[in-house]
Structures are given as C-alpha cells and as structure tokens.
Design a protein around this ligand. Structure first.
Ligand code: GUN
Length: 298
C-alpha cells in the first residue's frame, strides 16, 4: 500500500510556482495577484482563506482579502465582485463558499469574470471543462488529477466510483475522470444520497473518490482489494484531547481501508494541501491569460 503524500507533492508544486514567479520578477513583470472574498465568520472558511493567503506569500504572489459581514446583502457582494472584475491589478479571485442564506450563490458565481474565475465555478469554465476544452478546473478535482498523474496511477478503462455530487468536488470529478486523456478515460459511476445498494457499486470500483463530509463513511467491507482510495473529507470532530478542541476526520475509515487499498490519501495531508497548490496554479494561468489580453489591447 502506498500513501499518496499530498503535502509533499503540494510543496513540490509550490516550489515550481515560486521558480516561475522568480523568473517573472527577473523579467521585470508584475507577479500574479490572487484576491479572496469571504462573507461571514465561519471558522473553517476563515481557516481555508487564511491558508490560501499564506500560500500566496510563500510563492511570491500578491494577495488581497476582502472580509464582509455575515449580514452583507447580495447587492453589496455583487458590487464588490464587479469591482474586482474591473480591477486590472487582480489576476484572479475567489468567493469563499458557503455563502449566508440571504445570498443566491448561483447569481454570485455567474457574476465573476470567467477569465478571473480561478475556482473554475463559472458555467463558462464548467462547460469548457465538460467539453475537453482548456479552462480553469476547480482546485480540489485538479489536485486529485495531479496526484493521480504524479504517482502514475492508471485510470484508462478503470471503474471510478465518485461518492457525492457537490458542485465543488463530486460533480466535476465525475466529468474529469471520464474525459479523454490521462488522468481520464475511466468508466465513471456518480453516486449520491439516493443511490441504492452503494456497497454493491463501491465494491466493484478500481478507484473511489469520496467527498461526502461524513466521517468514516467508507468502510473496508465496501472496498475491493487493491482499490485506489481518494478521501476528500475534512470534517471537524469535537475532541477534548486536542489543543483546538477538535480533530480533522476524513470520509474513509483509514485504519481498516488502508489494509486493502493499493494507494490511499491520508487526512490530513492528502487532498487538502493539493487544493491550495492548484489554486495557485490556476492563478498563474489567470495571470498569463490576463497579460496576453493586455498585450493585445496595447
Ligand atoms: N469552500 C470549500 N471549498 C471551496 C473552494 O474550493 N473554493 C471556494 N471558493 N469555496 C470553497
């Protein structure tokens, strides 16, 4: 059994990006600039945005964070998005999800300029992704593809079972694994809360990608020998023995499933760090697109 070390791979990618940034600086070019909008005080969201901003600093990007109160109106958020769309200094930005209930998330995602949509959530990017066209790919699925690629895990003709159909992970993952090329060319089954006999399906899977947010949902008896297991779950479980009062739990019963798996991601240290690295990679791509557009204008 091999552990897919997302932390190590993420660090390697960040070093590669830092080198690119150094080259830009040496050429007298502006460095990539990522901005993040966060609405409200959700603890997990604040932590994620914080790690994204810190990662920007590590690789030499510029970053900006816009914090808005939890009672921000939809109109005010849309105005902030328009401001960032127009701001020529910002190459890409994200609106951290989830948003408070008074805000329509779909309207917000549509408002982001597709060329600055480094989360890859805008329908233009999502559509291009589905049509095998080049686009921003959502960071977590992009990170999973990168892990499969860097560990050279075969996907062609394999049965990939995705558990969970969220717009951020499950849905794009199910599309990406069936696309042409590598990683891809898989036969994909997308399962969700209404799927019947899930064990019958998962026990036939060569690759399982799970993102449901239910600690230890995937048990050893649901998995066949030598399956590849990708765990996207990161749930905070109360734990008084930890300094923060909680521990992070994945969606996989790692202790038992790892005994049967050929490859498996740990939690923490698996998919999580990859998400950050790929957001930086998308920002680097956004900067290149932005620069090409500016050169055309001049
Ligand atoms: N919330 C959980 N994951 C993500 C993500 O990848 N991007 C954004 N914007 N919000 C999230």
């Amino acid at each position: 059994m091999t552990i897919l070390d997302g932390k190590k791979v993420s660090n390697e990618i960040q070093e590669e990006i830092a080198l690119e940034v150094q080259k830009m600086k040496n050429n007298g070019e502006k460095v990539p600039h990522l901005a993040a909008i966060i609405v409200g005080n959700d603890g997990a969201s604040l932590t994620y945005v914080n790690s994204k901003v810190r990662a920007c600093k590590r690789v030499g990007f510029e970053s900006s964070e816009y914090r808005m109160s939890s009672n921000t109106s939809e109109l005010k958020l849309l105005a902030k998005i328009e401001e960032l769309n127009k701001n020529d200094d910002i190459d890409g930005f994200i609106v951290q999800l989830p948003l408070p209930p008074q805000i329509n998330t779909q309207k917000v995602l549509l408002a982001v300029d597709a060329d600055k949509d480094v989360d890859g959530f805008h329908p233009t990017n999502f559509g291009k992704m589905s049509l095998d066209m080049s686009s921003f790919i959502p960071a977590t699925p992009f990170g999973i593809l990168e892990l499969l690629e860097r560990y050279d895990i075969p996907t062609k003709g394999k049965h990939t079972v995705v558990i969970g159909r969220s717009y951020i992970v499950g849905r794009p993952m199910s599309i990406l694994m069936g696309r042409q090329g590598f990683p891809g060319n898989s036969t994909v089954t997308l399962t969700h809360e209404f799927t019947k006999n899930i064990t019958q399906i998962t026990s036939q899977a060569d690759i399982i990608i799970i993102a449901v947010g239910i600690p230890h949902f995937l048990k050893a008896e649901m998995v066949k020998d030598d399956a590849v297991i990708i765990d996207v779950g990161i749930t905070r479980v109360p734990d008084d023995s930890k300094p923060r009062g909680y521990r992070i739990s994945g969606d996989v019963d790692f202790e038992n499933v790892s005994k049967k798996a050929s490859y498996i991601t740990p939690v923490p240290g698996g998919v999580g760090p990859m998400t950050i690295a790929m957001l930086l990679k998308n920002t680097l791509l956004a900067k290149e697109t932005h620069r090409a557009k500016q050169l055309q204008k001049d």
